[in-house]
Design a protein around this ligand. Structure first.
Ligand SMILES: [Zn+2]
Length: 330
């Protein structure tokens, strides 16, 4: 009986091994599925199919934002256009100030402008007004004087020739760090930059150093989409000495990221190239808006296909080197 009982018991266990194995296998699948989903969420967007794609990204509140992607086609000549174009001694400016608007007539009256000819890209105008409007509210009347913004290649050529003549005459030391760009290689030609001076009540104009009360402008300009384009510590990278007076518009999320991470535009453009649509750069701006930024290399031929969000506003800017940068808010 005992043997039989044991035998029966053995059979009982053998008979019930199958449901146990099924249950264990099921649990393993569940665990693997949960793990993969968690990993996908942590990793950001996951492309599920070609053409229309869906990505899940974490947003600032911790809940998940769904982004569906589609593709668009863009002409490769647009690589030279947009607020993120890199213009320096190696990358010439291929545009001649598009969509310019005169600053003098359109200023909000909280800063001075040299003359009627000072113009800037019309998309940048409101940010110039906001920056100096807020500064004026903070400190009251001040000496801010915008002495230059867009400069044509011809004007740059005359500035450059004057500078070179001065150096030849020994009036100015050639430091090896440029302060005057070669014609065709100046950021001013793009229309996204401006230079500041100070003009006192007697009309005396002095160099802007971004010091004392004016340091607020240099420290807070990123909130308005501007960066100090040639920082003191980046002369080796930019090729330019410290220019606390030269501001460049790149757009708020980019300006905030560059400032917080101590990157000049050369370094930032290089960094973005490591972030494609599969692994974008997430930026939280100073108003806690969250942004998605990624790079799409220009394809051979005349056009490039770029992934874009199918249901959100987005911006595509060329980098003036070899591709495009997509930016949108989530
Ligand atoms: Zn300048």
């Amino acid at each position: 009986m005992v043997t039989k009982k044991r035998h029966t018991g053995g059979r009982f266990h053998i008979r019930n091994k199958y449901p146990v194995m099924v249950a264990v296998t099921f649990l393993v699948y569940i665990f693997a599925f949960v793990f993969m989903v968690s990993f996908a969420v942590m990793a950001g967007p996951s492309i599920t199919a070609q053409g229309n794609t869906v990505a899940t990204v974490p947003n600032v509140t911790g809940t998940q934002a769904q982004i569906s992607y589609t593709t668009t086609s863009i002409e490769n000549s647009y690589v030279n256009l947009g607020p993120l174009i890199l213009v320096n001694n190696d990358n010439s400016c291929e545009i001649d100030g598009v969509n310019l608007t005169p600053l003098y007539e359109n200023s909000n009256g909280t800063y001075m402008v040299a003359d009627y000819d000072v113009s800037i890209n019309s998309a940048v105008l409101q940010y110039v007004n906001n920056l100096f409007g807020d500064f004026h509210q903070l400190v009251g009347d001040n000496d801010i004087f915008v002495n230059s913004a867009y400069r044509s290649k011809e004007i740059q050529e005359s500035i450059y020739n004057t500078e070179m003549q001065s150096r030849a005459d020994g009036e100015m030391a050639n430091t090896g760090e440029e302060f005057v760009a070669k014609p065709g290689y100046s950021e001013h030609q793009a229309g996204y930059s401006f230079d500041l001076s100070l003009m006192d009540d007697d009309g005396v104009i002095t160099q802007y150093a971004g010091e004392d009360k004016y340091s607020w402008i240099n420290q807070n300009c990123s909130k308005y989409g501007f960066v100090v384009r040639y920082p003191e510590t980046k002369a080796q990278v930019t090729g330019y000495g410290f220019e606390p007076w030269h501001f460049r518009y790149v757009g708020e999320p980019h300006a905030v990221y560059m400032t917080q991470n101590d990157l000049c535009l050369e370094e930032y453009i290089t960094l973005i190239k490591t972030h494609t649509v599969d692994m974008p750069l997430y930026i939280t701006d100073l108003s806690l808006n969250k942004w998605v930024v990624y790079y799409a290399p220009a394809e051979s031929g005349n056009t490039t296909r770029i992934s874009i969000p199918s249901d959100r506003e987005y911006q595509i800017s060329g980098n003036n080197v070899d591709g495009f940068i997509v930016t949108f808010k989530i």
